[in-house]
Design a protein around this ligand. Structure first.
Ligand code: B12
Length: 216
């Protein structure tokens, strides 16, 4: 049977090749070999997405391939997800998550929410292109411990500030931890807009959230 490194390589390469059957097979092989599903996502599939992003920037891949890579990753998640959440009963906390208004990027957000669910959190996913009003409504409806927002565009990250301001003006900011993430997001930006933290990546995001819920 193939070793862990080889299987993680297969997961990565199947994403890059946009090979859905090959990816699903590699995901099943990962589970059968005892590789933690968490690892298969972060060290396998997400590495493939990084390469896809580079190929896009170098002009080797076009938008069609990017969208297809997202679809391929989703199909892999279908195989891994039951193994990420198996056996969990009570939740460590509740999170509402979405990509901000004007922004349709959801692959990174989905990696993060998958890892958060794997870490035993209840996650309400609002999807993409979420307005400050819709974030507010979700917070009022679900009373989460954490609000997480994603933005991949420098033109849409400013929406995060609007969300924080909206929550403050409606009096629901207190007691809520706000985490932001996405390629253009920095700690300085989080501090400037009044968010509680910025995550470097999805794994860092889970670490930050665990720090909040376990401290309290
Ligand atoms: C895939 C992609 C797309 C896909 C998105 C498909 C989808 N379903 O998401 C499509 C084709 C739709 C797309 C469209 C566009 N895109 Co685009 N896209 C990308 C690309 C290549 C990869 C992004 C990605 O998924 N990476 C893989 C994931 C796993 O990484 P990630 O998103 O960074 O997420 C990680 C962390 O940031 C973090 N994270 C992300 N969110 C969150 C949230 C929280 C709470 C936490 C904790 C962590 C976290 O966790 C993840 C894993 O560690 C990037 C280039 C790049 N290399 O990043 C350009 C890029 C983001 N796109 C770009 C642009 C310009 C566009 C378009 C405007 C193009 C156009 N001219 O139409 C449109 C905008 C559409 C819109 N309104 O949103 C630019 C943005 C430039 C900028 N700085 O503003 C980039 C950087 C490409 C470039 N170099 O020009 N895009």
């Amino acid at each position: 049977m193939a070793g862990e490194r080889e299987i993680l390589g297969k997961l990565r390469d199947a994403i890059v090749a946009l090979d859905i059957p090959g990816l699903q097979e590699a995901c099943e092989e990962a589970i059968a070999t005892g590789i933690p599903a968490y690892h298969a996502v972060v060290e396998g599939m997400a590495k493939g997405m990084e390469i896809v992003g580079q190929k896009y920037e170098e002009g080797e891949y076009y938008l069609a391939e990017l969208i297809m890579a997202g679809e391929t990753m989703r199909e892999g998640m279908v195989v891994l997800e039951p193994h990420l959440t198996a056996g969990k009963v009570s939740h460590a906390g509740k999170a509402v998550i979405g990509t901000v208004k004007g922004d349709l990027h959801d692959i990174g957000k989905n990696v993060f929410l998958t890892l958060l669910r794997a870490a035993n959190y209840e996650v309400i996913d609002l999807g993409v292109d979420i307005s400050p009003e819709a974030f507010l409504e979700a917070v009022q409806e679900h009373s989460p411990d954490i609000l997480a927002m994603s933005a991949l565009l420098t033109t849409t990250m400013v929406e995060m500030e609007n969300v924080v301001a909206k929550l403050e003006s409606e009096g629901v900011r207190e007691g809520l931890k706000i985490l932001i993430g996405g390629a253009p997001i920095t700690n300085d930006y989080a501090e400037m807009i009044g968010a509680d933290a910025a995550a470097r990546d999805a794994v860092d995001g889970v670490r930050i959230v665990n720090g909040w819920t376990r401290a309290g």
